[in-house]
Design a binder for this molecule. Sequence first.
Ligand code: PFF
Length: 449
Amino acid sequence: MAGASHAHWSSRWAFIMAAVGSAVGLGNIWKFPYEANAGGGGAFVMVYLAFVFLIGTPLLVAELSLGRRGQLSPIRSMEKVAKEEGRANWWSLVGWSGVIGSFIVISFYSVVGGWTLSYVLEALTGGMSGITKEAAEAHFNGMVTDPITPLFWHAGFMAITVGIVLRGVEGGLEKAVTVLMPALFVLLVGLVIYSGVTGDFMAAVNFLFAPDWSKMNADVALNALGQSFFSLSLALGSIMVYGSYLTKDVKIGKAAVTIAAADSAVAILAGLAIFPIVFAFGLTVSKEEGLVFMTLPIAFGQMTGGALIGTLFFGLLTVAAITSSISLLEPSVSYLEETGKMSRKKATFTIGVAAFILGSFSSLGFGELSDFTIFGKSIIGFKSYITNNLMMPLAGMFMAIFVGWFISRKGMMEELAMEEKWFRIWFFMIKFICPVAILIVFYNIVFGF
Ligand code: PFF
């Protein structure tokens, strides 16, 4: 029914697991190590962490609180809060941007999620055993350019996501994350220990924590900010919709710090699992997709127990991707459900099928449709550009402006129930620092230097 009060997390723990599950994904395990590598290791890591805690965490607080106040889908929550505060209806555009943006992201996220699924089978069946650099590259390129195989895996990944989301908040999302997230953490720690023992652990520690500031420049700093947004799942409606399932007794400030800390810890642990292997085997990290899909199979193919470790690694990546993809499907599903025209099941199927179809073009963009470009970008490149570089920073900036300038400070204070001192710091960050920092980054992304 339209506007009906919707579901809630059964506990604070369930919510934290869900939000950490959304945050921890391909962005941490696939993208962060690559970005860290490109940004000179330690220097990138330091700047990234500063952005996570100075800009990302205050925004997490803002997005969660908007969702909890609204208790509806991101679009209707923004509409409702704006109305309560006597503000224009067009603030709901922040919600629309989230719902549309998350739909676009899930369409291509599922394609990469499909690759990870296929690599689980590849590792499990010994396909990586003794594989050479050339063979690993040929395998990856062959797989992504094939018209049918990646679509099959993309469909499989989307089917798992739909299967979880249609079961609802408590029965689906919550059940999945409270099992999958601790499993992921245990697997990751296990992998770090294994990498530490068999790989070059000290080289990895040095690389990740000894900053080489000569490699730092404005571009790298911008990448670090973009990565912090993506990694924390900010400004795409996922965090807002998860906030709408929150009960009033949860302290949002504390929750946001926990989410940001867990997300950063996983990114660093992923680096500590991957780089000892990369250094020990003298692997060169070239292309973005290459790090986990082209180089690691070579290492897994050479080490004792590599089939098992490889299966665990790609299994872990798939789990991380699934707990994020469910959060990407949820904003549009919650909106459709709320219109009252569809049951949750029907809404989930509809969005899942539509996202599969839209994603198929991204997948085909690596092969059959590789000549097809939009503004000089591949299909996936274009979708990633408009979401990561345009919609996310814009929606994030407007969210900060809305909360910092257009909502009553007193109301916000009551909603957050933080200690006065922390509230002041948070409010200053959201009112001044976040909008200005995002504006600078946004300007540079769009117009260059
Ligand atoms: N945070 C996820 C990752 O790091 O892979 C991706 C993501 C999920 C981005 C949900 C945005 C979002 F709303």
